[in-house]
Design a protein around this ligand. Structure first.
Ligand SMILES: Nc1ncnc2c1ncn2[C@@H]1O[C@H](COP(=O)(O)OP(=O)(O)OP(=O)(O)O)[C@@H](O)[C@H]1O
Ligand SMILES: O=P(O)(O)OC[C@H]1O[C@H](OP(=O)(O)OP(=O)(O)O)[C@H](O)[C@@H]1O
Ligand SMILES: [Mg+2]
Length: 286
């Protein structure tokens, strides 16, 4: 089976890291190779442009793909968005020159606008919905420079921190949509001969996401301290407890989010836990 992934750009590195956490590791091949075998027998990565991935997956040339939600909508491809990922987060915004007095899209009604964007279809639908008197100018990138060049009045483009807009004398006045990286699938993947393999890949992807930032904590607790240690754990952490053979020591095992780890360790240690061991969790398959 094939997974189409970005061969360059913003999503490339985080996609590779995500696949690594799933256990899908690219095997060394020619740097220029666009189809790469992986450590999972029968799973190949197809390296293509982020914006082409929805159409490639719709065609069935790759069963799965990782791309941006914005490109799924823009392409109009009939694919399934299977898993939302926690990277590639951005907003597609309408931005106008800072020097304009208008601060909302409503105030732009009636004004003639040329909007430069690489999201032609998204922009088209947006200006109709907002009843703007606009002409959409399709460009391939560097939208932020178009207003100061005089090639457009406004833009619809990706914003994350807003630094690029500010640098070019622009201000966002409306969010057209939120975007994030997604795992997409061909509509007929379930009928594919490789459905079992695809299903396993999806299960492992969800497992890696569920495990992210989660730690397993083991500790030894003397009989006399057990109640105190258990009650010092945050309420949602339901621990497993086992008595160590032939001793008055209990082993207490629990799972905690990374961000509350220091607090949990400090509390259980103060309550009498010893030999505290913390282990990364790789997958949580439900
Ligand atoms: N600053 C950003 N922060 C987070 N996500 C972003 C950012 N910029 C773009 N993205 C997201 O990354 C994906 C690809 O972005 P983009 O269209 O900029 O292409 P790129 O990967 O940077 O390649 P190119 O070199 O063609 O610009 C899109 O889904 C987009 O929403
Ligand atoms: O709001 P900001 O945090 O400034 O981010 C927004 C910028 O990030 C992206 O560009 P990228 O860095 O991917 O470079 P590119 O122009 O080569 O695509 C996007 O196209 C914007 O230009
Ligand atoms: Mg970019």
């Amino acid at each position: 089976m094939k997974i189409a992934i970005p061969n360059k750009g913003r999503l490339q590195q985080p996609t590779m890291q995500f696949l690594q956490s799933v256990g899908i590791k690219p095997l060394a091949s020619d740097d220029r190779a666009l189809i790469i075998p992986t450590s999972w027998e029968g799973v190949q990565l197809v390296m293509v442009r982020t914006e082409d991935i929805p159409n490639i997956v719709e065609s069935g040339a790759a069963e799965l793909g990782i791309t941006g939600h914005d490109y799924v909508v823009e392409s109009g491809a009939d694919v399934e968005e299977l898993i939302a990922l926690d990277f590639g987060k951005s907003k597609i915004v309408l931005a106008i020159p800072q020097s304009w007095k208008e601060n909302s899209v409503e105030e732009l009604k009636g004004r003639e606008l040329r909007i430069a964007t690489k999201y032609y279809n998204i922009a088209k639908e947006y200006v109709i919905k907002k009843e703007l008197n606009s002409r959409i100018i399709k460009i391939s990138g560097a939208a932020e420079v178009m207003p100061s060049l005089g090639a457009a009045d406004a833009i619809i483009d990706v914003m994350s921190t807003g630094t690029t807009l500010k640098l070019h004398g622009l201000k966002p006045i409306d969010v057209v949509m939120d975007s994030y990286a997604v795992v997409i699938g061909n509509r007929n993947w379930i009928k594919s001969e490789e459905a079992d393999k695809i299903n396993l890949v999806l299960t492992m992807m969800k497992g890696a996401i569920a495990a992210k930032g989660k730690k397993m904590i083991f500790m030894n607790v003397p009989d006399s301290k057990l109640d105190e240690v258990i009650s010092s754990l945050p309420a949602m952490l339901a621990p497993a407890i086992t008595r160590l053979s032939r001793s008055d020591i209990w082993e207490v095992i629990t799972v905690a989010d990374e961000d509350i780890l220091p607090e949990v360790i400090a509390k259980v240690k103060a309550a009498g836990a010893r030999d505290i061991v913390v282990i990364d969790i790789e997958k949580v398959v439900k």
